[in-house]
Structures are given as structure tokens and as C-alpha cells.
Write a protein that binds this ligand. Structure first.
Ligand code: KG4
Ligand code: ZN
Length: 375
């Protein structure tokens, strides 16, 4: 089954043609445009700008991916959750193609996509190979921890197209917390990768940040208190954070300068450096994510644990969760780095499983739903 995947729920416009069969899902061709450069001067995604940029790119990307390719059997499009300004662009493109080609549409939940991103295979793509060259199969029931800028959710999958939300954040998503605290340090958006880069040379026990809700007897998350704790710490401690702020104001310079300063910065009196701050903060987030996932694994005893979403690119999280999962007898599946981020191949794969059950939505009634929650 040849599936055209379309993703435009946040700040990536992505299109992929994926060939799925019981042997696996292979990317035939894919193309994407990131809007990070557009949004970074605002410190976050600006919905109006995002919508316009998606609208500019969607048709050229579809043309590029489908050039000299046969017409797909199914169109899989992210219908929610996400920014309405972005979602409608992908959904309207899918509706138009469905009407013109008479090809059915599967409306895909963005979180379903992240949950299936470990299955994307690229062996037929000469430019890209899986790190380990293995075929990844999810065994059910599976437990997925999906962590990104917009989501922190624990999903239980009883089969490839049955999803149940068993835990979620009550306020900020983990990636959002990374990005907001990075903003306090005047690091460029998205700040998660920059914090984790700085954290590599820091002390994880330098600052005792809270681990919100870790000890609570539930699978809920909350990260706004951790963000506030980071804010208060920076307010009360005049360390490298202040150096960054004044330097940024004086020179209007961005990441390269910050990196230069941090490398040359030597903490006095053994007080925490920015690197220590980042390492301690990252450790607090990782402890909570891993702790809650293990709690869920003990409760539901899944055959596979999956990590997905942009924050799954975080090395400390990947390593810690892999190690801890193994210690309680569970294998962890992690997508290739490229497919941790938003992409259209994962939407096509999730769409494949819905299409097998003929879960199609007529183009006449398909709608984008920015608040589409998994129940
Ligand atoms: O899934 P994604 O591409 O888009 C959303 O659906 O949000 O995730 C982007 C998020 C951002 O918050 C970014 O800071 C975070 O993933 N992120 C990271 C890392 N790489 C990306 N957070 C922590 N460490 C990283 N290495
Ligand atoms: Zn995402």
C-alpha cells in the first residue's frame, strides 16, 4: 500500500511517500521544510507566520515527493492536535487531492504518528540508513512515552491502531519546559538541544531542582513548577546566566557568542556554572520522565516500550530510559534521531494501520481538530 503522508501541525511542513506492507514501511521519498529560522527571533512558534509558511511550501513539497511516482493508494494527513493555522493547510491539501484523485483519506492523530516513528524504514533511500540497519517491530501491548514541545503523554497501545492515554501533563510539556528555561538563559529557540549540549559538561547534582509529581501515585506530569524553580534560581543567583544576558543585550549576538562565553567561563568558589545549571535541570526532567514511564511499565507490563517526539532526541533521556527499561526486563525502541522530530513518514505509517481497518474520512467532512485528544 502506497501512502502519501502529510504533516503540518507545528513548525515543520513535511510530505512523505511510504510503501507499507506486512514486511514493513519503507520511505520511497520524503521532503520537509523547517520553520525554525522563521520563528526563532520570537522565541517560539508564531501561529500566523506558521500558517503562511505551510501554505507556501505544501504544494511544492507534494510535487517534489510525487514526481515520477505512481498515485498513492491512501492519503494520511495529521488532522490534530496542533496549531489550527498549520493543520488546515495539510488537511485542505489532502481534501483537494482526495477529491481530484478519488483516493481515500485517513485522518491521523499526531501522537499516533510519534508512537509509530520507530517503525520507519529507509533502507531503500540511498541517502539515509538506520543506525543499526535492523527492522523494528512493535510487540503489543506497547507503552509509548511521547515527549515534544507540545506533548508529554504516556500512551498504551493494545494493537497498532488502538491507543489509550494513561498519563499526560497537567500544564507545560517537557519540551516546552526545556524551551522556556532556555529562553531565560537567552538561548535560541528551540532551546532543548542547546540545554542538553551545555549539560554534557555540567554537574547534574549542582542544583537541587524539584522533580514535580514524581512520587505521586499516578501517571500525571507537571513541568510548570520546575520552570518557575529555574526562574527563581536564576533570579537569586548571579552566575553565568547573567553574563549571557548582558552580553546578548550589548552585542545583540546569539548562539555562537553564548557558546564562546560558556566555554571560556570558569565558575568561582565552585558555584554552579551555566553548564551545571543545564545539567541539573535536564536531570530533573529526565528523572521525572523515566520514573513515570517505569511506573506505567510496572502497572501495564507492556511487551515493548517506545520513546518518541522531539525530546526523544535528548541523549540523556535515551540512555537513561534504555538502561532503566532493560533493568526491569523491557526493551526500549527509540526512533532514529531524524524521526524523533515531526515528520510525514510517521503519519503515513500510523495511517497504514488505520487504512487496513478502512478507517477513512470522506473529504467532504474531514476537519482539522487542533484539540484532538487521545482518550
Ligand atoms: O516533536 P517536535 O519536533 O515538535 C513538536 O511536536 O513539539 O519536538 C520539538 C521539541 C522542542 O521543544 C525541542 O526543544 C525539543 O523537542 N528537543 C529537545 C532536544 N531536541 C529537541 N529537548 C531536549 N533535548 C534535546 N536534545
Ligand atoms: Zn510532534
Amino acid at each position: 500500500m502506497l501512502i502519501l503522508g502529510i504533516e503540518s501541525s507545528c513548525d515543520d511542513t513535511a510530505v512523505a511517500l511510504v510503501d507499507c506492507s506486512p514486511e514493513g514501511c519503507f520511505v520511497v521519498r520524503e521532503s520537509a521544510v523547517s520553520q525554525i529560522d522563521l520563528h526563532k527571533k520570537y522565541g517560539g512558534v508564531v501561529p500566523e507566520l506558521a500558517g503562511r509558511a505551510h501554505a507556501e511550501k505544501i504544494v511544492p513539497l507534494i510535487e517534489e515527493v510525487l514526481k515520477n511516482q505512481p498515485r498513492p493508494d491512501v492519503i494520511a494527513v495529521t488532522a490534530g492536535p496542533g496549531l489550527i493555522t498549520g493543520l488546515i493547510v495539510g488537511v485542505e491539501a489532502a481534501r483537494t487531492l482526495s477529491m481530484v484523485w478519488n483516493v481515500p483519506i485517513v485522518a491521523v492523530n499526531h501522537i499516533w504518528g510519534h508512537s509509530h516513528s520507530v517503525e520507519i524504514q529507509t533502507d531503500r533511500d540511498p541517502d539515509f540508513h538506520r543506525d543499526d540497519n535492523t527492522v523494528t517491530t512493535i510487540e503489543y501491548p506497547a507503552l509509548a512515552l511521547i515527549v515534544s514541545g507540545g506533548h508529554t503523554e504516556l500512551i498504551l497501545m493494545n494493537s497498532a491502531n488502538e491507543y489509550k492515554k494513561i498519563g499526560a501533563t497537567r500544564d507545560d510539556a517537557a519540551g516546552e519546559c526545556f524551551d522556556k528555561v532556555a529562553k531565560l538563559l537567552e538561548l535560541e529557540y528551540p532551546g532543548g538541544p542547546k540545554i542538553s549540549e551545555l549539560a554534557k559538561t555540567g554537574r547534574t547534582d549542582a542544583i537541587d531542582f524539584p522533580r514535580p509529581m514524581l512520587k505521586d501515585d499516578n501517571l500525571e506530569f507537571s513541568f510548570s513548577g520546575l520552570k518557575t524553580a529555574a526562574l527563581y534560581w536564576l533570579r537569586d543567583n548571579k552566575l553565568a546566566g547573567t553574563v549571557i544576558a548582558s552580553d546578548r543585550r550589548e552585542r545583540g549576538n546569539l548562539w555562537p557568542t553564548v557558546m564562546g562565553l560558556l566555554r571560556s567561563f570558569t565558575p568561582r568558589n565552585d558555584k554552579p556554572s551555566v553548564n551545571d545549571f543545564c545539567a541539573s535541570f535536564e536531570q530533573a526532567i529526565v528523572d521525572v520522565l523515566v520514573g513515570k514511564t517505569l511506573k506505567a511499565a510496572k502497572l501495564y507490563n507492556p511487551k515493548t516500550i517506545i520513546l518518541g517526539g522531539g525530546v526523544a532526541a535528548n541523549e540523556k533521556l535515551r540512555e537513561t530510559l534504555a538502561h532503566e527499561s532493560q533493568s526491569i526486563g523491557h526493551e526500549l525502541l527509540i526512533p532514529n534521531l531524524k524521526y524523533c522530530m515531526d515528520n510525514a513518514a510517521m503519519i503515513a505509517v500510523a495511517g497504514y494501520y488505520q487504512a487496513q481497518k478502512k478507517e477513512f474520512t470522506d473529504w467532504r467532512i474531514l476537519n482539522a481538530d487542533p484539540n484532538w485528544e487521545i482518550e
